[in-house]
Design a protein around this ligand. Structure first.
Ligand code: FAD
Length: 655
């Protein structure tokens, strides 16, 4: 059973969406205010306009969804044809100034940054700012309103034949908020708990999920399925070809199983928040209660406010607030138990569900057999492996973390990001485990390695907080909208040299080869290569962001976007854009003996001394050339000047 403190915190996680009294009227006001002419136009012409209706960048028809039930008609949710629309005069979308795309939108489409199969053109900077100021509802507002509007309906729902937990990026049984709540409800009502996982190949395309990440998730699902089976809990895996069909299919499954409660943890990306808002409403229409709760962060996004009542946009003060909030609310670090045993009758009553096999990856995301074996050996999957890795790191490495974490040739970091990204480990468990090993039992005192490591996990929370409050970062816009006006380069030769580790800058090349080979790259090296692409090559940072997502095993939208924002100076980092990494100095400082470079660039194995950092500039050019290593594709000083000019001009352009 849960302790009182833990129960409180769980309910807080669960019912945060019922909104603090001060927020609720605000949101209500926002959603109930009369529609502007432009909004009325958008609402009426959604199907007449050329814009697709399912996309990350489009807000819900403002002010309306809840009241008019626009999002909850079954036909819209199921994608079935609707009754013919009365022909309305076709007006230009430019009637709504916020719908005018950004002037450079065709560049971002042409270079695969905005995926037009799924999303609208790149939005204007004005539209991004409208999200920032709350003039446009954020995706989280959609979900909060859906939850608020369905409260009465959900409260009335009585226990059905089963309770369902929908696993998403929370592939674990330990300390899983929604799963624990589902399990408790099932136990209290004497009905079985059922696990559900929805595999959507289209989502993998739209979200650029890498094949290694899909492979890791599927392997983790196998572990999860076995663990649940020991508790007589079935795990049903449903493949939904069209992502727009997922909401209706989920409801259908619940109805088949006679389940009247569905639990899920919240995911903070725009598509997911909007999808969950739809499912909440659809479920409520069908007499099913869907509960979406916070779980993935230690501190709920949006919970911490600065002295002026605003959301923090800078990490350091936010982290101080994060630490003191946890110290004041220690129940945030209490861990939830795994589910208990299902009734024995489950095996009979739901026998078919136990027969469900974990599918193979969709064709476009499948690893070749050699790579599959390699990645399985490199990255054992599942929550037991995550715990083993956490214990081993805290026993052997965390003490030296502050000293070693920036040295890529040393295995000084935890490599747990893959587990956080797939949810095989909760961030709470990691923080709690490390804190308990600290002599002060504080997050900001005692062992320096532990403190530093916990503050890195705080970065993960911070970037999710940024994503929730500035959701346009999830719609291909930079956090600082005016940085969208920089005239980036789309030089294919440069970009490919970067992706293949052939830029002639050894540290950059070593890092990119590490990523290609292992699906992972050291944090310092991620910063160096991201800075190199966006500043030295002036290539649109979003091409790099995409490439990372397509190759990383720990690809996580918020952290990846945050990291790119930091390195390209377009994000929350308060440092000015003219702080430009010098790849040579970075190499000398963080890989002084060239150990990391030699490991990943066999062509340079024989290069001795300091020449390893710059073979062509330091007398080892002939040797490097003979071994087939590229010459530098740019000259840093000139590239730096070019970047400074382009940044300055773009920001000043005032678009
Ligand atoms: C350009 C760029 C892209 C990145 N893309 C991703 C990504 O897709 N997914 C991802 O998980 N991390 C990303 N990061 C952050 C960071 O590089 C990785 O989290 C880290 O290298 C993972 O290694 P580790 O688990 O050994 O980290 P450790 O040093 O052991 O840190 C522990 C945990 O803290 C979190 N963390 C550490 N540093 C950061 C950071 N800078 N930002 C956010 N969280 C952090 C991670 O969850 C990490 O597992 C990116 C950083 C940059 C600069």
């Amino acid at each position: 059973m849960f302790s009182p403190g833990l129960l409180r915190s769980t309910l807080d996680h669960c019912y945060h969406y019922r909104l603090p009294p001060t927020t609720r009227p605000l949101l209500r006001r926002h959603f109930m205010r009369p529609l502007s002419a432009a909004q009325r136009f958008n609402k009426n012409t959604t199907r007449l306009s050329s814009m697709p209706t399912k996309r990350r960048g489009r807000p819900p028809a403002p002010g309306n969804a809840a009241k008019k039930g626009r999002l909850t008609t079954s036909s819209e949710l199921s994608g079935a044809p609707e009754a013919p629309v009365q022909a309305l005069p076709v007006q230009s979308v430019t009637d709504d100034p916020l719908r005018i795309p950004h002037p450079f939108h065709s560049e971002s489409e042409r270079h695969g940054i905005v995926l037009r199969d799924f999303y609208p053109p790149e939005m204007s900077n004005a539209r991004a700012r409208a999200y920032a100021t709350g003039t446009l509802p954020r995706p989280i507002d959609d979900l909060l309103c859906a939850m608020a509007d369905t409260t009465a309906a959900r409260m009335k729902v009585t226990a059905g034949r089963a309770v369902v937990h929908w696993f998403k990026m929370d592939l674990r049984t330990q300390d899983n908020t929604a799963l624990a709540l589902a399990a408790r409800m099932a136990a209290e009502n004497g009905v079985p708990l059922i696990g559900l996982f929805v595999l959507s190949p289209q989502d993998y395309e739209a979200h650029l999920t890498s094949p290694v990440r899909v492979d890791f998730m599927l392997r983790s699902l196998r572990v999860l399925k076995n663990d649940l089976a020991k508790l007589d809990v079935p795990l049903w895996i449903e493949t939904v070809d069209k992502r727009s069909e997922a909401p209706a299919r989920i409801v259908e499954l619940l109805q088949d199983w006679g389940a009247s409660h569905l639990f899920a943890n919240m995911e903070y990306e725009a598509d997911e928040l909007r999808r969950e808002a739809k499912i909440v409403r659809l479920c409520a229409e069908r007499g099913i209660a869907m509960e979406v709760v916070h779980d993935t962060c230690v501190v709920l996004p949006g919970r911490l406010k600065s002295g002026t009542g605003n959301q923090y946009a800078v990490y350091s003060p936010w982290r101080r607030a994060w630490v003191s909030h946890i110290h004041d609310n220690l129940e945030l670090l209490e861990l939830l138990p795994p589910p208990g045993q299902n009734p024995a009758s489950t095996r009979l009553d739901f026998s078919r569900l136990f027969e469900c096999a974990v599918p193979v990856a969709p064709a476009s995301k499948r690893l070749d057999p050699e790579a599959a074996v390699r990645f399985e050996a490199l990255w054992p999957a599942g929550e037991h492996e995550a715990m083993k890795r956490l214990e081993m790191f805290c026993e052997e490495k965390v003490g030296g973390y502050a000293k070693n974490r920036n040295i890529p040739s040393v295995t000084g970091t935890s490599s747990l990001s893959v587990h956080f990204a797939s949810g095989t480990l909760s961030a709470r468990t990691a923080v709690r485990y490390a804190r308990d090993r600290n002599n002060t039992k504080r997050l900001d005192g005692g062992n320096e390695g532990i403190q530093t490591w916990i503050s890195e996990i705080a970065w993960r929370d911070f970037y999710k907080h940024v994503l929730v409050n500035w959701p346009y970062v999830c719609m291909n816009k930079p956090f600082k909208p005016e940085y969208a006006n920089i005239e980036w380069s789309y030089n294919r030769t440069h970009f490919e040299a970067w992706t293949q580790g052939r830029t002639g800058f050894p540290l950059v090349d070593a890092a990119m080869r590490q990523m290609q080979h292992t699906g992972y790259c050291h944090n310092r090296c991620r910063m160096v290569v991201a800075s190199f692409l966006s500043k030295d090559l002036l290539v649109d940072w979003r091409m790099g962001e995409r490439f990372f997502m397509e190759h990383l095993i720990d690809g996580d939208f918020a952290s990846n976007n945050g990291g790119w924002g930091f390195a390209a100076s377009v994000g929350v980092d308060p440092q000015p854009y003219f702080r430009i990494f010098n790849p040579l100095l970075q190499s000398e400082k963080f890989d002084p003996d060239g150990e990391y470079i030699r490991k990943w660039i066999p062509e340079l194995k024989g290069v001795q001394g300091k020449a390893i950092h710059d073979p062509y500039g330091r007398g080892a050019g002939e040797q490097a050339r003979k071994a087939g290593y590229s010459e530098p594709i740019v000259e840093h000083k000139g590239a730096r000047d070019r970047a400074l000019t382009a940044y300055k001009k773009g920001i000043a352009s005032g678009i």
